[in-house]
Ligand binder design. Structure first.
Ligand SMILES: Nc1ncnc2c1ncn2[C@@H]1O[C@H](COP(=O)(O)OP(=O)(O)OP(=O)(O)O)[C@@H](O)[C@H]1O
Ligand SMILES: [Mg+2]
Length: 303
């Protein structure tokens, strides 16, 4: 649904996005993460046809962005960092304006969209009186009113209180089920982990892309943590357990890095019991997306 090939944008000599190759499938939410100035907004603006790439190509909903920009525009909904509205006009009039702009024929569509984002009760109020969170819902309504197959969302929950952010997130997870391709730029890693099937980490160049669990495993491997009733009488070594990459212990806990815990854990546990250990728990160490993200962004270059 979205595909880019070596997409790049420079501002003067300064690179904002370099050689980006990315794909977002229908039904997928791809999280675009990266530090401030990483090129996320620049990417969204290029895909929306608001900013010309310096080089490279992009296809959105089957159309080449350079050759058929007018065909791409109706296929996308965008929530940008600062969505503009007619502040003195009502919520409904604003949404109607954008529906007309997109040539939406269905006369019920504005009402449906207001209901979808929970703005029905505020439809008559001027936009100027809306709180930030309500305005963000209107921004989503504007992105959805023409029912586009592609959504480009630039930090749609930033600045919202936890409850409003959760409502927007719940809405996004519903929208993703409807065979849309969604590109979600966010600094909220818990949000990315919850909503996105795949994560792309951008720092001008693409540093990594994959499912959150794949990225975790790629960066950290898998570690099993075994809690014992008491410390072992002697420290374990790799020669005790040839399939273990690394083993260490700390008080009652034994840590083992293993490629295939499903297969190797029974052997590991049997061996520990033979060595006199009394096992209380066996768990897999949980890495957070935050740890993965920080590792990627700090180590910098392409992995
Ligand atoms: N119109 C512009 N003119 C000049 N430089 C720009 C322009 N827009 C963006 N840049 C530069 O391009 C780089 C990428 O900016 P961009 O806004 O895409 O980052 P971002 O990942 O969205 O960051 P943030 O997380 O802060 O929103 C930055 O160095 C920025 O200063
Ligand atoms: Mg940005």
């Amino acid at each position: 649904m979205i595909r880019t090939a070596s997409l790049s944008r420079y501002f003067g000599d300064r690179p904002a996005v370099v050689d980006l190759n990315l794909e977002v499938q229908a039904g997928e939410v791809l999280g675009l993460l990266g530090p401030n100035g990483a090129g996320k907004t620049t990417t969204v603006r290029m895909l929306a046809g608001l900013l010309a790439p310096t080089s490279g190509e992009a296809w959105v909903a089957g159309h080449n962005l350079r050759h058929e920009p007018e065909k791409v525009r109706p296929k996308i909904g965008i929530v940008s960092e600062n969505p503009g509205f007619y502040k003195r006009l009502s919520v409904r009039r604003n949404l109607q304006f954008f529906a007309d702009l997109y040539g939406v024929k269905d006369s019920q569509r504005v009402e449906e969209t207001l209901a979808l984002v929970g703005l029905m009760g505020r439809a008559e109020e001027p936009v100027a009186t809306l709180s930030k969170g309500l305005r963000q819902r209107l921004a989503l309504a504007r992105a959805l009113v023409h029912d586009p197959p592609v959504l480009l969302l630039d930090e749609p929950t930033s600045g919202l209180d936890p409850e409003a952010a959760k409502e927007v997130r719940d809405l996004l997870s519903e929208l993703s089920r409807a065979h849309r391709a969604i590109l979600l730029c966010t600094h909220n890693l818990a949000e990315a982990e919850r909503l996105c099937q795949r994560i792309a980490v951008l720092k001008t160049r693409l540093i990594a892309v994959g499912r959150p669990d794949e990225l975790k495993q790629r960066l950290f491997g898998r570690r099993v943590v075994i809690t014992l009733a008491q410390p072992l009488s002697r420290p374990l070594t790799k020669s005790d357990l040839p399939f273990v990459h690394e083993i260490s212990s700390d008080g009652n806990k034994v840590y083992a890095a293993i490629d295939d815990p499903e297969r190797n854990n029974p052997v590991l546990i049997r061996r520990l019991v033979e060595l006199g250990a009394e096992i209380v728990y066996v768990t897999e160490e949980e890495r957070t997306l935050e740890e993965v993200y920080l590792e990627l962004v700090e180590s910098g270059d392409a992995a």
